[in-house]
Ligand binder design. Structure first.
Ligand code: ADP
Length: 174
C-alpha cells in the first residue's frame, strides 16, 4: 500500500494533515526536539489538553498514544506517542517503537483521521539507531495499511538528511 505513503523533508508543524504525531515523553508536559517545536507552534491549547490527560490517566506509557487538539497548527489533531529510549533490552525497544507507530495509527482510525504525518520517533534525544528505526517505521506502517481501509495518507516527515535518505531507500525497495 505504498501509494498511500509519502516522504517529505522538513518541519512537521507546517504539514496540513488531519493529525501530526508528536514524539512526546511520558510526562506529556513537553520537552525538546520535535515535542518542543509542536508545543511552541501550536500554543497552550495543546499543553492544556495534555495536562487534562495527565490528570485523568497519569501521562502516557512508552509505546502508547493519546490525542489532543492541534491548537494553532494547520493539522486538526496531535497524536502524542512515546517512543522508547534506546538502552537496555534492544529487542524490547524495537517492539516498543513498532507499538508507538501502530498505536498512533489505531488511535487515528478511532478518531476518523484519514491523513497523518509522523516524525522519526526516538531518533533524536532517545538515540534509537536511525537505520533500524526507519526499517521499523516503514514495516509497521506498511503492515497497518495492508489491514486498514480508513487511512488514506501517511507522510513520513524527516528533519535531517540522513533520515530522509534512509526512508527514500526503504520506500524505493519493495
Ligand atoms: P525522541 O525523544 O523521540 O528521540 P526528538 O524530538 O529528540 O524525539 O527527535 C525525533 C526526531 O524528530 C529526530 O529525528 C529529530 O531530528 C526530529 N525533529 C526535530 N524537530 C522536528 C520538527 N520540527 N519537525 C520534524 N521532525 C523534527
Amino acid at each position: 500500500m505504498d501509494s498511500k505513503i509519502k516522504l517529505v523533508k522538513g518541519d512537521i508543524t507546517k504539514i496540513e494533515v488531519d493529525a501530526i504525531v508528536n514524539a512526546a515523553n511520558s510526562s506529556l508536559l513537553g520537552g525538546g526536539g520535535v515535542d518542543g517545536a509542536i508545543h511552541r507552534a501550536g500554543g497552550e491549547a495543546i499543553l492544556n489538553d495534555c495536562i487534562a490527560i495527565r490528570n485523568r490517566q497519569g501521562g502516557c506509557k512508552t509505546g502508547e498514544a493519546v490525542i489532543t487538539t492541534a491548537g494553532k497548527l494547520p493539522a486538526k489533531y496531535v497524536i502524542h506517542t512515546v517512543g522508547p529510549v534506546y538502552s537496555g533490552d534492544k529487542a524490547e525497544k524495537e517492539q516498543l517503537l513498532a507499538k508507538a507507530y501502530s498505536n498512533s495509527l489505531q488511535l487515528a482510525v478511532e478518531n476518523n483521521i484519514k491523513t497523518i504525518a509522523f516524525p522519526n520517533i526516538s531518533t533524536g534525544i532517545y538515540h534509537f539507531p536511525k537505520p533500524k528505526a526507519a526499517e521499523i517505521a516503514v514495516a509497521t506502517v506498511r503492515d497497518f495499511l495492508d489491514n486498514d481501509e480508513g487511512i488514506t495518507e501517511v507522510i513520513f516527515v524527516c528533519f535531517d538528511d540522513e533520515n530522509y535518505s534512509l526512508y527514500d531507500d526503504l520506500l524505493k525497495a519493495t
